[in-house]
Design a protein around this ligand. Structure first.
Ligand code: BES
Ligand code: MN
Ligand code: ZN
Length: 504
């Protein structure tokens, strides 16, 4: 997507589709003038409520303007950046639906909105650009198109050009925001692509390759441990989960170091289960295909490290990705097995479907022991119980540090990727006691997300600044959800970037 900023009058912007953002307040005052400038009748306002994300396409008008079509774009009350993001997503989505490749938006309101929403102009510009990436995203790589009869059913076109029209006073700031938004938007897109690739297109080795490519392109170090090295390190959790697999596991380390002295060292750990069948404790077949998304944490970590490198943030950001699929078979681990993790802690495998915590255990200990990070954060599609608790839009946050927890919560609000904190009280340890090993990987019926987090906590070696984010719900939109593009969402990339910026 080519993105540019212009100061020329909105009626002079040459584009296929020009958005005129309108707030509900402006419907009473100001909307008429905006419409009149383009020669549209105020009658259209009867059908437009300016709800955030509402879109109406207008044709005709006076003809004295350079856009082929105009849309009214609802901003709601225009008080929050969330409404602004929602509008951008809806606008870009509409453009893709209409197969329009060149779009523009009149951002004359951006300075005002910045003042009201207490955000900088550059943040708002970045949000609009990110929203356009989000709204225009479609995953059609695996469609050949051979069975499509109608031309209208052709693959959607990507948006080729986006123009933001602003007043000259905020031109430079807008340009800065556009540059940042483009980076974050494209990292989110990369994460979504990885999530959407099914198991037969994306195995552990492919995740490592994607990391290596990104590292080469954006100048950070990537180290990949293959099966031999994982064995000699004694990563018993990752190896146990991989036992039933035809494909070898990998452990990938993405290490971005800033030019000067790093303000702090941030470790990000992402669950990379390329497909989760449940193993011998096999899952029911309905919806099992969605478990291609069980590497969403890994995709988010890759997206966030790449974004940190491209934004040249003054932090050292290190990603850790343990990757494998989880398959049944005669070689697979079986319920009741006792394994020894990288930490030396032994685990009774009560359920082979609680595999994420086994591979994360090794990664968390490795990250803490070898890198002594100031902050340790893991992201994982860890429990179905998390979806029961918080649904498909919100992630569960667990942390042993109130300050870190607050920072993550705030970054979630800013990025629109919401998290809600859950407890880590020791009383939950009761549920994961084992008769034969140090700990059990399952905790029975109640509080499934909490017992999973309590399990992970055993492997951070007393780290005082750790957070676990269970993204099982928001990482992937099932195809039955109305009005949403199905598939991977890239959830967490935006949140982590906000968080890293906060610490920069
Ligand atoms: N990957 C799943 C969790 C999941 C479920 C993510 C649905 C997204 C949507 C995880 O590996 C899993 O199977 N967890 C089990 C744990 C249980 C066996 C203790 C679960 O949630 O049922
Ligand atoms: Mn599982
Ligand atoms: Zn899983």
């Amino acid at each position: 997507m080519k993105i540019s900023v212009t100061k020329s009058n909105s009626d002079k912007v040459v584009t296929d589709l020009l958005a005129l953002p309108l707030s509900s307040g402006e419907l009473e005052n100001g909307a008429e003038e905006k419409l009149a400038a383009f020669g549209f009748d105020r009658q259209v306002l009867k059908d437009f409520k300016a709800e955030a994300g509402e879109v109406i396409v207008l044709y005709g008008g006076s003809g004295n303007f350079s856009a082929a079509r105009v849309v009214l774009l609802g901003l709601g009350e225009a008080k929050t950046s969330e409404e602004w993001r929602k509008a951008a997503v809806a606008f870009a989505s509409k453009a893709v639906e209409m197969k329009i490749e060149k779009i523009a938006v009149d951002c004359s309101c951006i300075a005002n909105l910045a003042a009201v929403s207490l955000q900088s102009v550059s943040s708002l510009a970045a949000i609009f650009v990110e929203g356009c990436f989000t709204g225009s995203y479609r995953f059609e790589r695996l469609k050949s198109g051979k069975l499509d009869k109608k031309k209208s059913k052709e693959k959607s076109k990507e948006i080729a050009e986006l123009i933001l029209r602003v007043d000259s006073a905020v031109f430079d700031e807008t340009e800065d925001g556009v540059a940042a938004g483009k980076i974050v938007g494209s990292c989110q897109k990369m994460a979504r692509d990885l999530v959407n690739l099914p198991g037969n297109y994306l195995q552990a080795e492919d995740i490592s390759k994607a990391a290596e490519e990104s590292g080469k392109k954006y100048g950070y170090d990537v180290t990949v441990f293959h099966k031999k090295e994982i064995e000699s390190l004694g990563m018993g959790g990752l190896l146990a989960v991989n036992k039933g697999s035809f494909h070898p596991p990998t452990f990938t380390i993405l290490d971005y170091k800033p030019k000067g002295k790093a303000k702090s060292v941030v470790a990000l750990v992402g669950k990379g289960v390329t497909f989760d069948s449940g193993g011998i404790s096999i899952k029911p077949s309905e919806g099992m295909g969605e478990m291609k998304s069980d590497m969403s944490g890994a995709a988010t970590v890759l997206g966030a490290v790449e974004a940190a490198a491209r934004l040249k943030l003054p932090l050292r950001v290190i990603g850790f990705i343990p990757a494998t699929d989880n398959m049944p078979g005669s070689k697979a681990q079986t319920p009741g097995d006792v394994i020894t993790t990288y930490s030396g802690i032994t685990v009774e495998v009560g359920n082979t479907d609680a595999e994420g915590r086994l591979i994360l255990a090794d990664a968390l200990t490795y990250a803490t022991e070898k890198y002594k990070p100031d902050v340790l954060i893991d992201l994982a599609t860890l429990t179905g119980a998390c979806i029961v608790a918080l649904g498909y839009s919100v992630a569960a946050l667990f942390s042993n540090n109130d300050k870190l927890s607050d920072d993550i919560y705030q970054s979630g609000q800013l990025s629109g990727e919401k998290v809600w904190r859950m407890p880590l009280w020791d009383l939950y340890d009761e549920q994961i006691k084992s008769d034969v090993a140090d700990v059990n990987n399952t905790g029975g019926r109640g509080a499934g997300s909490v017992t999973a987090a309590k399990f992970l906590e055993k492997f951070i070696d007393g780290h005082k600044n750790w957070a676990h984010i269970d993204i099982a719900g928001p990482a992937f939109t099932p195809s039955k959800s109305a009005g949403k593009v199905s598939g991977g969402t890239g959830f967490g990339v935006g949140l982590l970037v906000e968080l890293l910026k906060k610490w920069s």
